[in-house]
Design a protein around this ligand. Structure first.
Ligand code: G1P
Length: 292
């Protein structure tokens, strides 16, 4: 079965980017000239996703507006002969169906995903966390594409995993399991942000998942866990035990855009690939490197 729907939880308060995020949702903070949410939606669309379900909190209307038409702006650009930008804006608003649902209580990531159930129904679906930006080259498979392909060929829910140093294990959901012949991991255990010594595994979850609809049933049964929140990882463990769950590595470059340094790194690296900026930024960085 093809994966055509994706849930993007976007209800967080963005406290790590205050004061910038007091009035601007963190998903709208730009990486070079495009809001970070656009990178996420593009990744999903490249994987064949047609319906994007945004789980939003208050003050997130800016995201809906971004994917909507802006008559005055497009009219002005068209009159000024800026047809290329008009086309870019049209492409953005027609790339997917954006469906917004409010998460009315901040009960955790697992609860946010469960809020998408009325739209997803019984279909398999992807989850993409906005704090993590995955950049893939035009000829590279996007991370969501890798997971969707694994789901289509094995029928098993598949999540992205990456190796992290021991010092970072406490920041992520961690999977434990055994390697299959094709390099994927058959997940045995999932631990949300383990404390030191709680696991030997270094396989962290960077916020990309493809699930069968059965995960909803486990999310409904999940009690508040780590930090008093309904954790997606707790429901994943139940799914791993019942149907089975795979973890897969991926090809894209990944940035922790929820972190100030990660966000800056994403900006610099994306700008280095940007035709208008690449040359002058390179020269600037070389000059700067000699002074620091
Ligand atoms: C969430 C998940 C965690 C995952 C992480 C990736 O945590 O609960 O399992 O590894 O996202 O960014 P958060 O960073 O939202 O606390």
């Amino acid at each position: 079965m093809k994966v055509k729907k994706a849930i993007i939880p976007a209800a967080g308060l963005g406290t790590r980017f205050l004061p910038a995020t007091k009035t601007v949702p963190k998903e709208m903070l730009p990486i070079v000239d495009r809001p970070s949410i656009l990178y996420i939606v593009e990744e999903a669309v490249r994987a064949g996703i047609e319906d994007i379900i945004l789980i939003a909190g208050r003050q997130k209307t800016a995201i809906d507006d971004f994917f909507d038409v802006s008559y005055e702006l497009e009219d002005k650009l068209a009159k000024d002969g800026k047809t290329e930008m008009v086309e870019t804006l049209k492409k953005i608003r027609s790339m997917a169906n954006i469906i917004s649902i409010r998460q009315k209580q901040p009960l955790g990531l697992g609860h946010a995903v469960l809020c998408g159930r009325p739209i997803v129904g019984r279909e398999p679906f992807a989850v993409l966390l906005g704090d993590e930006i995955m950049i893939s080259k035009a000829d590279q498979e996007t991370t969501t594409e890798t997971l969707a392909k694994s789901f289509s060929s094995t029928g098993l829910s598949t999540v992205a995993a990456m190796e992290v140093p021991e010092s970072e294990v406490h920041k992520y959901g961690i999977v434990e399991g055994d390697k299959n012949a094709d390099g994927t991991i058959r997940v045995r255990n999932v631990i949300e942000k383990p404390s030191k010594g709680q696991t030997q595994s270094r396989w962290a979850l960077p916020g990309r998942y493809v699930f069968s609809a059965e995960i909803f049933q486990y999310l409904e049964e999940t009690k508040p866990g780590k930090n008093g929140e309904i954790q997606l990882t707790d429901a994943m463990l139940q799914l791993a035990k019942s149907q089975g769950l795979l973890a897969s590595s991926f090809q894209s470059r990944r940035y922790d855009a929820g972190d100030k340094l990660g966000f800056l790194q994403a900006n610099i690296e994306v700008a280095l690939d940007h035709p208008e900026l690449s040359q002058s930024l390179r020269e600037y960085l070389r000059r700067l490197a000699q002074t620091i």
